[in-house]
Design a protein around this ligand. Structure first.
Ligand code: AMP
Length: 237
């Protein structure tokens, strides 16, 4: 059965870094919707043109667009071994669409990891984090690249994300509270829902997260099956 993992949590929780590390360790496909949008902006595609102003304002790209992107990617053959999703879903409508995609794939349940970090720590992290100006990778706290100011992947210069400026960060945290935090309630009742303390050192978060995903994968979790009532999924005994 495939490992189908989503990393949830507010901006700055470290979910991108953890998603990257976990996907690499397990040989899974990592899909970051933020990276897809930033790449589209760089290439000035129609998606990029549409997304730029929205991202720079700290708002969310519309559900239909995001669902279309993720749906197409998750139904490709190389995603069938499992995936790690970073940055999606961000709304209840996106989560519902993802449940439909998981049912359609019919290859393993969704494992949900919520990375929790207190807000003052998030603000601190976002104001200091850097990404590579060339390849877009996050400066990885595992390898100390931030200290060297160069990307360990391609040697590119590390810069601040345009949406990590103070005003936009505040807006993104507010959007998270309003649109994305309700997802925790959407998923909380599931046997494959886990919470990890993201305020710990990144190596410790990675260890705990890895063990949690394995434990969750051992739980029988139905997709859209007779035991399902509304948004709730009843554990199969
Ligand atoms: P991230 O890199 O995940 O922080 O995403 C950066 C920005 O891309 C977000 O602040 C949103 O504007 C946009 N974005 C990324 N993923 C989504 C999504 N699933 N739904 C809507 N907007 C998204």
């Amino acid at each position: 059965m495939a490992l189908n993992v989503i990393m949830m949590g507010p901006p700055g929780a470290g979910k991108g870094t953890q998603a990257e590390r976990f996907a690499r360790d397990r040989g899974l496909l990592k899909i970051s919707t933020g990276d897809i949008l930033r790449e589209a902006i760089k290439r000035e595609t129609p998606l990029g043109m549409k997304a730029k102003a929205i991202i720079d304002a700290g708002r969310l790209v519309d559900d239909a667009t995001m669902i279309g992107i993720v749906r197409e990617r998750l139904l490709q053959p190389d995603a069938m071994n499992g995936f790690v999703l970073d940055g999606f879903p961000r709304t209840v409508a996106q989560a519902q669409a993802l449940d439909d995609i998981i049912a359609e794939r019919n290859n393993g349940p969704l494992i949900i990891v919520d990375v929790m970090v207190p807000e003052p720590e998030l603000v601190k992290r976002l104001s200091t984090r850097r990404i590579c100006s060339v390849c877009g990778a996050n400066a990885d706290p595992f390898d100390g690249a931030a200290a060297q100011n160069r990307c360990t992947r391609c040697g590119g210069e590390l810069v601040q994300r345009t949406d990590d400026s103070e005003g936009v960060v505040r807006k993104r945290l507010a959007v998270y509270e309003e649109a994305t935090r309700p997802l925790v309630d959407y998923y909380r009742g599931r046997p494959t829902f886990r919470v990890v303390d993201g305020a710990q050192p990144p190596e410790r978060v990675a260890e705990e997260l890895s063990a949690m995903v394995d434990a969750a994968a051992r739980v029988q979790a139905p997709g859209r099956m007779p035991g399902r009532v509304g948004n709730r999924v009843e554990p199969q005994l």
